[in-house]
Design a protein around this ligand. Structure first.
Ligand code: NAI
Ligand code: MG
Length: 338
């Protein structure tokens, strides 16, 4: 298996170091081994030669690698995040990564969240009417094509079926946002007919947030549009115990090609201190291994992570006294015990 690794900025490269230590160990138990190339796309390169995502990058990744592992992007010297948007949005759109899967792992079960990742309010359609350089009217349009909603829902529903899920909730706001809202409802109801084992229901996003916080594990599968998914999955991260724990996979429904990244950003407030929590990136490695068909090492790593998180060498965000290195060392120790 060959991976493209993009450490990115701030704690991105610190947690990726941890992931590479674990991948080196996991490589030994996989017949073909695991190799990778590291790409320096991020703030440093943007500031020195003005390159964010090099031309042809999506094709290069798709043609030469089995999957992408990304740390995080974001640098205080680039306050508008121009480089991050170019790289992240460029990869999402260029690789057609319209399904974003974010598991919310809780003691009572896992909530499987799927967010559409390329259209909606993030489609980049809009503009502003300015007077003397000051915006008086600003517009961001929510754009959805039936084709994208269909491809997104088909993939997400079949993924849920494969996981053995029995229930799926569509999160929407069709009372206030009727056009895209009813497009989503229509496609959801049609697609569900193909999945008789999945019971579907629909919830307004505001009510959903309320119920998610009150009793998260009443939900099993959740499918939603781009903005709602972005917001709701941060609630999921908080329910799990923090951003340092939340992992995500972005997948192309047509090719199955996928990019794995922690939900957190580059955390400039703790960058360089060596205390970033690598749990989220290591959960990304679990998702990556499983996606590529390596279930046994994925299960072993997931179990090692949950054992390591019960020791005192967890990082300070979880109330522990450990460093990134020490926590990674504990995960490797747990793996050796298996
Ligand atoms: P952030 O996720 O980087 O940090 C929020 C808070 O959580 C901070 O206090 C940070 O120390 C803590 N935190 C995050 N990850 C942690 C970890 N693994 N271990 C321990 N503590 C952790 O979000 P923030 O501060 O809003 O954004 C910082 C930069 O990251 C910005 O430039 C932002 O645009 C970018 N960003 C990038 C993302 C990406 O690459 N996909 C996602 C979110 C933000
Ligand atoms: Mg977000």
């Amino acid at each position: 298996m060959k991976l493209a690794v993009i450490p990115g900025d701030g704690i991105g490269s610190e947690v990726i170091d941890s992931a590479l230590r674990v991948l080196r160990r996991t490589s030994r138990v996989i017949d073909s081994g695991i190799s990778w190339d590291v790409f320096d796309w991020g703030a440093e390169r943007w500031l020195t030669d003005g390159v964010g995502l090099p031309d042809g990058a999506p094709h290069l990744l798709r043609a030469n690698y089995d999957a992408v592992l990304l740390g995080a992007l974001g640098d205080p010297r680039i306050p508008d995040m121009a480089h991050g948007r170019e790289i992240l949005l460029g990869l999402r759109q260029g690789l057609d990564l319209c399904v974003n899967y974010r598991p919310v792992v809780l003691p009572g079960g896992t909530v499987h969240l799927y967010r559409e990742n390329t259209q909606g309010l993030y489609a980049g359609v809009g503009g502003a009417i300015r007077r003397g350089g000051i915006a008086e009217v600003a517009i961001d349009e929510c754009v959805y094509t039936r084709e994208t909603v269909e491809r997104f829902l088909r993939y997400s529903l079949s993924d849920l079926q494969r996981r053995g899920s029995r229930r799926v909730t569509l999160v929407h706001k069709s009372n206030a946002v009727p056009n895209t809202g009813s497009l989503w409802q229509d496609v959801f109801r049609r697609e569900l007919r193909e999945f008789p084992d999945l019971a579907g229901n629909e919830q307004y996003v505001d009510a959903f947030c309320y119920h998610l916080v009150r009793n998260p594990t009443q939900f099993d599968g959740v499918v939603t549009s781009n903005l709602f998914g972005d917001v709701v999955s941060d609630i999921g991260a908080a329910l799990m115990g923090g951003l340092g724990l939340a992992a995500s996979a972005s997948i192309s429904p047509d090719t199955g090609f996928a990019l794995f990244e922690p939900v957190h950003g580059s955390a400039p407030d703790i960058a360089g201190l060596g205390i970033a929590n690598p749990y989220a990136v290591l959960m990304c490695v679990v998702l990556l291994l499983r996606h590529c068909g390596f279930d046994i090492p994925a299960d072993a790593l997931e179990q090692s992570l949950s054992d390591a998180v019960r020791t005192e060498v967890t990082t300070p965000d979880l109330g522990g006294i450990g460093t990134t290195d020490q926590f990674t060392g504990e995960v490797l120790r747990q793996l050796d015990l298996k």
